[in-house]
Design a protein around this ligand. Structure first.
Ligand SMILES: *Cc1c(COP(=O)(O)O)cnc(C)c1O
Length: 410
């Protein structure tokens, strides 16, 4: 049974005492551990067939130094805006390794993608027509994959992105017609392949494997209508990480088996297709912490509040306001300012049920609710783990006009 990969040593991160990092950088801050990211990708590669590429979905964490690290680790990146395109190019990722998905791409973004020569994952017929017109006008060929909204869904996903009506992708029923009539897009749209993304934050290897088989079968059916052989097949991702005590790490074994079967079959039936996965949080989520300092401690009608210098303005996901249905606590630890060495996980004599809140004037600004934590005082640190994805860039940093959060790559 895979176990939680939360660090047992809550006092150190990236080989350094967290207290020392806080002293060096000031609080609040995010720290990301490059070794952990490198290791995670190496472990994943070891579990996958060699022909399955690993792409990184930049929206999980677009911190430029982290992207530069990623440039040397993954086979490609997925972007979802012209802003992310610039970040990817600045990080040294070549356009041939970039694909651009996302609904509502503006004409200016399509033109930028065309000029850069990145693959566009088209999300609608309207987008295809706009891209065709822009390509025609500029006399430049656009490489296009169709993002498919599959009829199936990825069971047990934290966030469903396929099955039923969705703003993402083109319903699978509409794809044969689009492909069969491809010539109406003119000669500047070059059909490259398919992108099938069925869900996110899934912790069941069996469910992900089933979705991968279903995606591959769907790709085979759709390939029969394609004007040219499929060159790129994005089998999606959805690999989750454990955030809460009842969750355990994803078991890669069923995925490994499914992808080996798919890769072997594709070598025969889609011989021109490069297959890949696109992953965000699985690659970086466990490799990040968010560190705040306790500013105030107060007891209100018997309940202890630890008030920190950072909150949902920096870490919306930990507050539960980034799409959690039932609010749960991320793994959290206290680091004492004065006796960091002495206080260990086993020291339960001095625990106290506390809620950790941020400095914002809203009851939503709750980083941890009613957890047994070592007795803490102002000046101590509060660390939130599993914070490497959907942190700084996914939080409303302008809200209440506190300073932007610092990020460091270790
Ligand atoms: C958000 C997103 C991802 C990344 O999701 P994770 O849960 O971080 O792995 C990948 N692909 C697409 C199309 C997405 O929208």
């Amino acid at each position: 049974m895979p176990t939680l990969s939360f660090p047992h040593d809550a006092q150190h991160f990236g080989g350094q005492p967290i207290a020392q990092l806080a002293a060096a950088h000031g609080t609040p801050f995010y720290a990301y551990d490059s070794q952990r990211i490198i290791q995670r990708i190496a472990d994943l590669r070891a579990a996958l067939p060699r022909s399955i590429g690993i792409h990184y979905a930049i929206k999980a964490n677009p911190f430029p130094p982290l992207l530069r690290l990623m440039a040397g680790q993954v086979d490609g990146v997925d972007i979802a805006s012209a802003g992310e395109l610039e970040l990817a190019l600045q990080a040294g990722i070549v356009p041939g390794r970039i694909s651009f998905a996302g609904p509502g791409k503006r004409d200016s973004e399509l033109a930028r993608a065309l000029a850069a020569g990145v693959l566009v994952n088209a999300e609608s017929e309207g987008e295809l027509l706009r891209l065709a017109a822009i390509a025609q006008e500029r006399g430049q060929a656009a490489r296009v994959a169709l993002r498919v909204n599959p009829a199936f869904e990825l069971k047990g996903s934290g966030m469903r992105m396929g099955g039923g009506p969705r703003p993402f992708g083109i319903d699978e029923e509409m794809i044969p017609g689009l492909l069969a009539g491809w010539s109406r897009f003119g000669r500047h749209l070059e059909f490259a392949g398919l992108h099938i993304f069925a869900g996110s934050q899934n912790l069941s290897g069996e469910s992900i494997a089933a979705a991968q088989h279903a995606s591959y079968q769907l790709a085979l059916r759709l390939a029969a209508f394609a004007p040219t052989p499929i060159k790129t097949l994005n089998l999606g991702g959805g690999f989750g990480i454990p955030y809460f005590p009842h969750e355990s790490a994803l078991d890669l074994a069923p995925i490994s088996k499914a992808l080996s079967e798919i890769a072997a079959d594709a070598a025969q039936r889609l011989p021109h297709a490069a297959l890949h996965l696109e992953l965000g949080r699985y690659l970086v989520g466990e490799a990040g912490i968010y560190v705040t300092r306790i500013i105030d401690k107060k007891v209100s009608r018997g309940h202890t509040y630890l008030v920190t210098d950072g909150g949902l303005n920096h870490h919306l996901a930990a507050s539960g306001n980034f799409g959690q249905v039932i609010r749960r606590n991320y793994p959290v630890a206290i680091i004492h300012a004065h006796d960091a060495q002495k206080v260990g996980a086993g020291n339960t004599a001095t625990t106290e049920c506390s809620s950790v809140v941020g400095p914002l004037c809203t009851p939503l600004d709750l980083l941890a609710d009613k957890v047994d934590l070592p007795r803490a005082e102002p000046g101590d640190l509060c660390v939130i783990f599993q914070s490497g994805a959907y942190g700084a860039s996914a939080s409303p940093q302008g809200f209440l006009s506190h300073p932007a959060v610092l990020e460091v790559l270790l």
